[in-house]
Design a protein around this ligand. Structure first.
Ligand code: SAH
Length: 345
């Protein structure tokens, strides 16, 4: 299929590409048309009507036959801090969430989903409690970005929404490879994973683009990590960390470690010492994430987070506490879809 080659070469995207290319081919349109339509969408066009170098009759045909976005907006929530969270549905009714975070320094970061729901069952994550739907197509990932791109330019992207990106690695990479056309460079694109080893190995070996890697760690102790993230029994942390080291050696880029602080569970100074002992400061950079409570656990207090970070500072493991964004709009992974089950089919 044309689309397969096109994605490989970075030539397509936006609306349902297979449908777009088929529709253009059926009409005997020249092959540059798909590229032309995609270019408009990537730059934030609001619809086919704006594509002034595409013949008007063809624009009408496309508008009638190829939906401009593969996602329809079900709900949008705006936080007092400028964060915007969108809940979409795919054409076949699956919920998909994405968040736009606006920072004071001007950065505009989009957090996208790679799957509808998630087959993994991390015990603190709202998405893990939902039913798994399916992998998203590359254009369903890009359409999350384009939704916000139509509001304003965006320059950073993290695969930290619903789903495990490395369980959908081909579609995630196909989408990631097209992001520069939307204004997001590879260096500003981060794939976050629980450490799904087979695809992580491929990511380290095969991906030439300087896309960043983040590892969800959450506990240094194997028993505790398995309780929080059952996937730890399947792919033990030492093997996963070895891949992260290989990534660093090949790319000379640090790996982010995400550590969600759960009150009374993984947030003591002893837990911090175990974490510091595990991580080589040359390779890893820790992001401490205040937990956005979604039911089972509580967040850690500020009085707990500061001493935890202090332990890492003293061990010279680089660590930052992530700014909490969008708490008032349920912006944590899976939260909006989980509280809106009635509209998620
Ligand atoms: N499956 C991938 C990407 C999705 S989750 C992964 O686990 O890395 C992105 C990040 O959000 C993960 O680090 C996850 O642990 C974190 N997260 C999930 N639920 C959260 C919550 N309620 N509050 C804060 N962070 C949360």
């Amino acid at each position: 299929m044309l689309f397969q080659h096109e994605v490989g070469r970075g030539y397509a995207g936006c609306v349902d590409l297979e449908l777009l290319e088929q529709t253009l081919a059926d009409r005997g349109e020249p092959s540059f048309r798909a590229r032309q339509v995609w270019g408009w969408a990537a730059r934030g066009a609001g619809g086919y009507a704006e594509m002034t170098n595409v013949p008007a009759a063809l624009r009408d045909t496309l508008a009638a036959e190829v939906p401009f976005s593969s996602l329809s907006l079900a709900e949008e929530a705006r936080s007092a801090d400028g964060t915007v969270k969108a809940l979409f549905r795919t054409a076949d009714g699956h919920p998909v969430e994405a968040v736009l975070m606006r920072y004071r320094d001007g950065r505009r970061s989009v957090c996208v989903s790679s799957q509808s729901g998630c087959p993994l069952t991390c015990t603190f994550c709202a998405t893990g409690a939902m039913q798994f739907g399916r992998n998203l197509k590359p254009w369903e990932i890009l359409d999350q970005v384009l939704h916000f791109r139509r509001l304003e330019p965006v320059d950073h992207l993290v695969f930290m929404g619903m789903g495990e990106p490395l369980l959908n690695v081909d579609h995630v990479l196909a989408a990631a490879r097209l992001l520069p056309e939307l204004g997001i460079t590879h260096r500003r694109t981060t794939i976050s994973t629980v450490g799904w080893l087979p695809a992580l190995r491929r990511f380290v070996d095969e991906v030439e683009e300087p896309i960043r890697l983040a590892l969800s760690l959450h506990a240094a102790d194997p028993g505790l990590r398995s309780r929080l993230m059952p996937v730890n029994d399947r792919y033990p942390l030492p093997d996963v960390l070895a891949e992260c080291r290989r990534y660093f050696e090949l790319r000379h880029r640090k790996v982010f470690v995400e550590y969600v602080l759960l009150g009374g569970v993984n947030d003591s100074p002893q837990h911090a010492r175990e974490l510091a002992a595990l991580l080589d400061p040359k390779i890893f950079k820790v992001n401490l994430i205040p937990y956005n409570p979604t039911g089972r656990y509580e967040g850690s207090s500020r009085d707990t987070i500061a001493p935890f970070k202090h332990v890492l500072d003293r061990a010279r493991v680089p660590a930052t506490v992530r700014l909490t964004r969008g708490r008032d709009i349920a912006a944590a992974c899976g939260q909006l879809a989980a509280t809106r089950r009635h509209i998620t089919a």
